[in-house]
Design a binder for this molecule. Structure first.
Ligand SMILES: [Fe+2]
Length: 225
């Protein structure tokens, strides 16, 4: 695949996305190739490449593997594994309903793109530099100042992703209780919660979170509404 470099402004940084960055993202999130539409596929790749480059993180995999910055992480597996698994779970849900209900319709490309981008804002919420700054003075900018759904929507819109994908980043979690979720976001929401709740019940989250000296609230992957 030949592509040209693209320059974007994100988090106060001027970022030039090149093919090496894109290749690294596609290696971490191979389900990107499941997106049929070439532009959407490229935009999802570029969004992640820019998101990682805008942070102090080296990769998707480098992020703490948890639902929130202060919730218990996975014993095994990475944040990339979470995003990939949620995408595959969501597709399975949609395919099951599609096979069962003759008039069930969903947008497969949008579902995959939205699932792959749903936690893209974690590059802000899970950036150790940000978390240390918030810990030092929680009343200055908040703790976290912006949760990953809001920052994820910011990235999606900045990178020119469809409104429906930005909506999935913005409202897959508790924020979505304040609005009507799209069909694809409803599938994502339940796939995401299933991932964390099932693994919590299966004893797959660490008991004692020691990340950055210990922040855990004891919660599982998602905020309690
Ligand atoms: Fe998630």
């Amino acid at each position: 695949m030949t592509e040209t470099s693209r320059r974007v402004e994100l988090n106060g940084k001027s970022i030039t996305i090149d093919d090496a960055m894109r290749e690294a993202i596609r290696a971490e999130l191979p389900e990107i190739d499941w997106i049929d539409d070439a532009k959407l596929r490229g935009d999802v790749t570029d969004a992640w490449a820019a998101a990682v480059a805008s942070s102090n993180l080296e990769s998707v995999t480098a992020m703490k593997p948890s639902g929130n910055y202060d919730s218990r992480p996975l014993k095994h597996g990475s944040q990339a594994d979470h995003i990939r698994s949620v995408t595959r779970l969501a597709i399975k849900i949609a395919e099951e309903m599609d096979q069962l209900m003759p008039d069930f319709r969903y947008d497969r490309d949008l579902l995959i793109a939205g699932c792959l981008c749903h936690d893209i804002g974690k590059v802000w919420e899970f950036d150790p530099v940000n978390v240390e700054r918030w810990k030092a003075d929680p009343r200055r900018a908040g703790m976290p100042s912006i949760r990953h759904p809001a920052y994820g929507a910011h990235i999606c819109l900045t990178m020119g992703l469809p409104e429906a994908v930005a909506h999935m980043a913005a409202a897959h979690s508790g924020e979505g209780e304040l609005l009507v979720r799209s069909l694809e976001n409803t599938i994502l929401h339940w796939a995401d919660y299933t991932f964390w709740r099932v693994l919590e019940a299966g004893g797959q989250l660490v008991d004692d979170d020691t990340w950055l000296g210990g922040l855990t609230s004891g919660r599982a992957g998602q905020p309690i509404k």
